[in-house]
Write a protein that binds this ligand. Structure first.
Ligand code: GUN
Ligand code: FE
Length: 423
């Protein structure tokens, strides 16, 4: 890959408390990674291609650590339900339709096109229980140039007859999907996806633990999202100390590979301790947690305890695919939590929420989400001229306005590992 640079106002967060702003700097890409940031191009880079972005802002690409591709087509429906009713009345009937590959093709096309145009460069994605439709989704995402972990969902109990697998079929489908996707894709890779503990038998979870070891795979699921769900898990697994302990007993809680758990709204102190000990990533999904009346996760406390965490849109619990919207939602719910629930935890700052959306979530994919040297060159070139200001604003303030007011039309270019995929 050719060495090149983009030039503009660089903004990134090497830590949750620090926003670095480098006005009119060069960001050099070498072999798909950041070689450095420079006020003037060093001699050794003389003659490389430079993309001058003028007064534009350049920020790391955003990571979406949790979303459901087959739910994209029904965003905005059933938003007056809580989680378990929403799953039964809206989600499972819609996901069952993906048995039909023609339907899957039509719906996944909408999703892949929009994800490509969004601020997201990396994502952890749930598909459905259907192996072939999941491979179809992966094929479409591979073509976008995005990097994505995609999971064929496993569910063999406590699910409607029309949307449930036998344990044997769930496992054979999973093995075929792993082999086929590993052979076929480069940017897109398989991630084990037991839907959530209530929908998986002990036998299935034990076998998925074996598969994770055998194939060295990452894993994603849901954890402590809503009060009714947490109570249900307790009744199904009375011997377990807490919800996350169910996964842990089957080796599905970070002991066998990188793991991301969505929500963690109601994690007990013991659960939080194990999340930290096992290095599990938390996908904080503020908009979904509001829409399904789930609650507000203590994201600020998690951040301060040094837990690994990023943001998730949780389409279609969340209706917006926008990572910028995710940042403003995370800040807003943290303010309500501070004022109404626990004033010992200050709200998230813009810098902290931006960190979660970039380097926090990016860490699930390696050295991703920052402009420090050695990080993968995932970058967005942003144009805020459609958000007129009455005077000159500092780059940090322009970023704040983009986060709250901007949309995909402000994204002029998008790079993933040094490859331009938009613009
Ligand atoms: N828990 C189990 N399945 C789901 C789902 O599809 N969405 C959300 N938000 N939570 C879940
Ligand atoms: Fe979810």
């Amino acid at each position: 890959m050719k060495t090149f640079a983009v030039k503009g106002n660089l903004l990134y967060t090497p830590s949750p408390s620090r926003m670095v702003c480098l006005p009119r700097h060069f960001l050099v890409c070498e072999n798909g990674r950041v070689a450095g940031t420079f006020p003037a191009l060093p001699e050794k880079y003389a003659g490389i291609d430079v993309v001058d972005c003028g007064n534009g802002l350049i920020v790391p690409g955003l990571a979406d650590l949790h979303l459901h591709a087959p739910q994209y087509a029904f965003r905005g429906l059933g938003m007056d339900r809580e989680l378990l009713d929403w799953l039964r009345e809206y989600t499972f009937p819609e996901e069952a339709r993906y048995a039909d590959l023609a339907y899957a093709e039509k719906a996944y096309r909408l999703f892949a096109d929009d994800l490509k145009k969004s601020a997201t460069t990396r994502a952890c994605i749930f598909a459905t229980i259907h192996t072939d439709a999941t491979l179809l989704l992966m094929r479409m995402l591979e073509e976008t140039g995005l990097v994505a972990a995609v999971g064929k969902v496993n569910m063999d109990v406590n699910s409607p007859d029309y949307y449930c697998e036998s344990t044997a079929v769930s496992l054979s489908g999973t093995e075929r999907w792993i082999m086929q996707s590993r052979a076929e894709f480069r940017n897109v890779f398989p991630i084990l996806t037991p839907r959530f503990a209530p929908a998986c038998s002990a036998k299935l979870m034990a076998a998925l633990g074996d598969l994770q070891q055998k194939h060295a795979l990452p894993l994603q699921s849901h954890l402590s999202e809503s009060p009714a769900e947490v109570a249900w898990v307790k009744s199904l697994f009375p011997d377990c100390r807490f919800y996350g302990d169910v996964y842990d007993r089957f080796g599905l809680f970070g002991s066998n590979g990188p793991t991301v758990m969505a929500h963690c709204v109601y994690s007990s102190a013991d659960e939080v301790e194990l999340i930290g000990k096992r290095g599990v990533f938390i996908a904080h999904c503020p908009q979904s947690n509001v829409n399904l009346s789930s609650g507000i996760a203590p994201a600020k406390a998690y951040l301060e305890s040094g837990l690994r965490m990023g943001l998730g849109s949780d389409i279609a619990g969340g209706f917006s695919l926008s990572g910028f919207r995710g940042i403003s939602d995370a800040i807003q719910v943290s303010k309500l939590r501070f004022r109404l629930q626990d004033d010992s935890q200050r709200p998230l700052s813009l810098t902290e929420a931006f960190y979660l959306a970039t380097k926090g979530g990016g860490a699930f994919f390696g050295k991703v989400g920052s402009f420090e040297a050695g990080y993968e060159f995932d970058a967005l070139v942003l144009d805020d001229r459609s958000l007129p200001a009455t005077g000159e604003l500092a780059p940090e303030d322009r970023l704040s306005r983009l986060v709250y007011l901007g949309d995909d039309r402000c994204i002029r270019r998008k790079y993933v590992s040094g490859k331009k995929i938009l613009g």
